[in-house]
Ligand binder design. Structure first.
Ligand code: SF4
Length: 321
């Protein structure tokens, strides 16, 4: 059984206008997304900003209420859980946020931040046991247990992200949604955080849904990758195979934008015309057709299904093979 099974998940936000705030349309932020994650696996999720990846990550752990679809974690449909049952299940999944500054309460010490969940979920019998566990957690993310007495503003960006990771690990979750956890950090610190997440996965067996806009980062950390465009998955597959041989024109454009260190490389930068269209009124047919360099007449009217193009490789494009 997969750890997480997401089926046909939709998150549509109503757009209201006028004196009576009538609903004039919907932003289809996530529009029928399905995927699974195995225990201890990392699934990468990439796309430009506004493609719906953060909304999808939040909807999976019910920080945002989905409009339709199912999210089954260890056999339990999270959308059907309420009250105490949902509170109990919340221990199983956590989130690491993009901005380590605003995601930590500045009035709480590091010890209180990391220990809060231990208290909420009764995971330590008393204050002494809680202090000991907080010390262990800080050590596991490369911080000094004595840092528990300090406040978030006393730390660098990378250290704050380590505090956020320690907080997420406190409840021994099975799944962590990592929402662009390194994009606000200095380049020199990014690799350290990626390596830390990899080491912790080895030790704890935790699975990650790793959200990023940079395919190079996702290829490095993930076994499989999912590419999103305008609220839909347009390509999915094993990371190395997808990055070496992308099937969807949008993935090809994303890969061509990744800087290459080798000066002899012949890779051509593929510039996409126009901006990402509005998710309130997405284009007909293939939503990528107004920007697609190889679009055909049928792309304007026929919606391409996400289909298995070659074993283990899925793409939503009429021409993919
Ligand atoms: Fe381009 Fe057509 Fe494929 Fe869409 S279906 S990506 S428009 S070729």
């Amino acid at each position: 059984m997969s750890l997480l099974e997401v089926k046909d998940l939709k998150v549509h936000f109503p757009v209201r206008q006028g004196l009576f705030s009538r609903v004039k349309g919907y932003v289809r932020a996530v529009d029928g997304v399905s995927f699974s994650i195995e225990p201890g696996e990392t699934l990468g999720l990439v796309g430009e900003s506004g493609c719906g990846k953060t909304t999808l990550g939040r909807a999976v752990i019910r920080l945002i209420e989905p409009t339709a679809g199912s999210v089954v974690l260890e056999g339990a449909d999270l959308r059907k859980l309420r009250g105490e049952a949902l509170r109990q299940k919340r221990r199983t999944f956590q989130m690491i946020f993009q901005d380590p500054v605003s995601s930590l309460n500045p009035r709480m010490t590091v010890g209180q931040i990391v220990g809060e969940a231990l208290e909420i979920h009764n995971l330590a019998p008393d204050a002494a046991a809680r202090r000991e566990r907080v010390g262990e957690l800080l050590k596991s993310v490369g911080l000094d247990p004595l840092h528990a007495q300090r406040y978030p503003h006393e730390f660098s960006g990378g250290q704050r992200q380590r505090i956020g990771i320690a907080r997420a690990l406190a409840v021994r979750p099975k799944l962590i949604v990592c929402d662009e956890p390194i994009s606000a950090l200095d380049v020199s610190v990014q690799a350290q955080i990626i390596n830390l997440l990899g080491d912790l996965q080895q030790q704890e067996g935790v699975a990650y849904l790793f959200i990023a806009h940079d395919l190079a980062v996702v290829e490095h950390i993930s076994r499989r990758v999912m590419v999103m465009y305008l609220g839909k998955v347009v390509e999915m597959g094993e990371s190395r195979s997808l990055c070496r041989d992308p099937k969807h024109p949008y993935t090809k454009a994303l890969i061509s934008a990744v800087p290459v260190v080798d000066p002899k490389s012949k890779r051509q930068r593929m510039l996409l015309p126009g901006d990402v269209p509005s998710p309130i009124n997405p284009p007909s047919g293939c939503p990528f057709h107004p920007r697609c360099p190889v679009a055909e007449a049928r792309c304007k009217t026929e919606v391409p299904e996400l289909r298995e193009v070659t074993p283990g490789r899925w793409a939503a494009c009429h021409l993919a093979q």
